[in-house]
Design a protein around this ligand. Structure first.
Ligand SMILES: *[C@@H]1O[C@H](CO)[C@@H](O)[C@H](O)[C@H]1NC(C)=O
Length: 166
């Protein structure tokens, strides 16, 4: 039976499993990303399988005070952002002790459910966290292998292939 198989490759090169994820900063202005971790990651590059929920841990420091925070996740394809549904978009319910205080560090924790109905395209995963002033506490993404000029990156994209389900 033919089925759509969705895998998400996260670039981590040939480093050890505990190594934080390599990411591109996509405009963190009101905060600085210290570390991004995605688990489980049994193989490298990370293969995220359809039907599995992955844990995301983004550690960042804030440059501002903010009562709240809201997360948005996108699949970026040909410069178009396709929203990924998050079960919990409130950052204050995702490991961050609010209000957020300037100069403090926080670990944002959430799940990335890789669902069956995701589209059959290659795309770049982009994760944003907004503060009260609509500024970005963080924005990180995994660059698309195809567009990647930097050989340090192994790749990071959602690859969907048609294949047989065993
Ligand atoms: C998230 O990552 C930070 C930095 O590595 C670590 O200190 C913290 O314990 C992690 N939190 C969880 C719940 O894994």
């Amino acid at each position: 039976m033919l089925a759509v198989t969705l895998t998400l490759f996260l670039a981590v090169g040939s480093q050890v499993l505990a190594e934080p994820l390599k990411f591109l900063d996509c405009g963190s202005k009101d905060g600085s990303i210290l570390e991004v971790n995605v688990t489980p990651c049994p193989t490298e590059p990370c293969l995220l399988h359809k039907g599995v929920s992955y844990s995301v841990n983004v550690t960042f420091s804030s440059k501002i005070d903010s009562q709240g925070s809201q997360a948005k996740v996108y699949g970026e394809m040909l410069r178009v952002d396709i929203p990924f549904p998050l079960e919990e978009s409130d950052g204050c319910k995702s490991g961050i002790k609010c209000p957020i205080q300037k100069g403090h560090s926080y670990s944002y924790l959430n799940k990335l459910p890789v669902k069956s109905e995701y589209p059959s395209v290659k795309l770049v995963v982009k994760w944003e966290l907004y503060d009260d002033q609509e500024g970005l506490l963080f924005c990180w993404k995994i660059p698309n292998k195809i567009n990647n000029q930097n050989k340090q990156w192994v790749g990071g994209y959602l690859a969907v292939t048609q294949g047989k389900v065993s």
